[in-house]
Ligand binder design. Structure first.
Ligand SMILES: NC(=O)c1ccc[n+]([C@@H]2O[C@H](COP(=O)([O-])OP(=O)(O)OC[C@H]3O[C@@H](n4cnc5c(N)ncnc54)[C@H](OP(=O)(O)O)[C@@H]3O)[C@@H](O)[C@H]2O)c1
Length: 375
């Protein structure tokens, strides 16, 4: 299998470059990210090749000569490129997450036309296109709605546009949605910090130490290496035409096994009670309260970027919902792959709160009841 992946210089791309056993071709544009990636894969030059392109233009901006060469090798095109900037303008989000995603369908079609083989397109999206939905979120198309943030909206428009283009151009397509991606499960290495990390960083600034969340709010998050492993297994199945027809979406998520917010926070405290200065309380809130609070920064207030992102992130930890993953299981089973076990609570807590185990020198804790137990 030879997978061509766009966005290899991003968070997920770095993980793919780290775990892939297959031959990999990365599509990158000249950027700081690409330079960093080049340095990183120098030792693996034989297995990973980089080609230059730009997803915002037709055929991802790859020269015809290069297309001809790629067509004879590539078995699946995977799109991990796009804008993940929640504060991005509508124009930049449309260019990367809609136009760029659709150009990917045309790119896969062009490779198929040259090679005479069917080359499928695996597009990545986010489970958060669910907007304010609670309960079980299915692995299907989702309806239009007014509760999405700007980022969620353009990812959703991108999904719809990819499906339409794939039907028109007759390209086999699958959309893989991810929840929050954390750093590597063993090293903790991450390219940047998403809203879950921001929660941990803003811990002491949370007004009154009260965190509003639905009673059984869940936090679904995946270490990036685990997410990459599953994505590659799905790409392999898609290339082998082993994904049952009718499956258009999969959630690469923990589903019903995702921990509740309470469990995650308590696990963090268990792993390293001294890592937290002030403790917080989870305040029961309704769905509307959580959704409205998380929309405050984007719709009404002018907050600095970190606060705004932290507020948006409230809906990713404060809603009681499960991202169904039965289609993912079916797709993996059909290809003889066992479903990857869920991320352990401890790993999730360690990565989210940056807990590296017991600290070498523990200063006296400020929390009195805990201090009682110290020698
Ligand atoms: N990270 C998360 O927590 C998360 C959660 C849910 C879903 N996802 C989804 O997972 C996928 C990958 O996300 P990520 O976190 O890896 O994103 P990321 O770290 O922001 O990386 C984005 C990648 O896209 C590339 N890119 C952007 N515009 C491009 C263009 N015009 N042409 C070519 N490349 C371009 C970037 O290249 P440069 O280095 O040149 O900028 C970078 O490699 C996305 O679909 C995202 O929506 C991510």
């Amino acid at each position: 299998m030879t997978v061509l992946v766009s966005g290899l210089s991003g968070q997920l791309g770095h993980a793919i470059a780290g775990v892939t056993p297959a031959r990999l071709i990365g599509l990158v544009r000249p950027s700081v990210g690409a330079t960093r990636l080049r340095r990183r894969i120098e030792s693996r030059q034989g297995a990973i090749e980089l080609v230059t392109g730009d997803i915002s233009v037709k055929h991802w901006g790859v020269e015809e000569q290069v297309l001809e060469r790629l067509a004879h090798e590539v078995t699946c095109v995977v799109n991990c490129a796009g804008s993940t900037d929640w504060m991005g303008t509508a124009e930049s989000l449309q260019t990367s997450n809609v136009a760029g995603a659709v150009h990917g369908v045309g790119f896969a079609r062009r490779l198929s036309d040259i090679s005479g083989r069917s080359i499928p397109y695996l597009h990545t999206s986010t489970t958060y296109v669910a907007g304010s939905a609670v309960g079980t979120v299915p692995e299907t198309r989702l309806a239009a709605g007014g509760d999405r943030t700007r980022y969620e909206h353009f990812k959703w428009v991108g999904e719809e546009a990819v499906l339409r283009a794939a039907r028109t151009l007759e390209v086999p397509v699958l959309i893989a949605r991810f929840p929050a991606l954390l750093g590597d499960s063993t090293t903790g290495e991450t390219l940047y910090k998403n809203s879950l990390y921001l929660l941990a960083e803003r811990w002491n600034d949370i007004p009154l130490g009260l965190l509003p969340a639905m009673h059984n709010a869940r936090v679904d998050c995946m270490p990036r290496d685990k997410a990459a492993e599953i994505l590659l297994a799905v790409a392999e199945g898609l290339a082998a035409q082993a994904v049952p027809s009718g499956i258009e979406f999969v959630h690469i998520a923990n589903g019903a096994q995702a921990p509740t917010l309470r469990a995650l926070v308590e696990a963090g405290r268990m792993v390293d009670p001294y890592a937290f200065d002030r403790w917080i309380r989870i305040m029961p809130a309704s769905r509307n309260q959580v959704v409205n609070a998380s929309a405050l920064g984007e719709r009404f207030a002018r907050l600095d970027g970190r606060w705004q992102n932290a507020l948006i992130g409230l809906r990713y930890i404060g809603l009681d919902r499960i991202f169904d993953r039965s289609a993912l299981r079916t797709a993996l089973d059909a290809h003889g792959k066992v479903a990857i076990p869920p991320v352990s609570l401890e790993t999730a807590a360690r990565l989210t709160f940056g807990l590296d185990g017991i600290r070498e020198s523990i200063s006296a804790p400020k929390h009195r009841p805990l201090a009682r137990f110290r020698a």
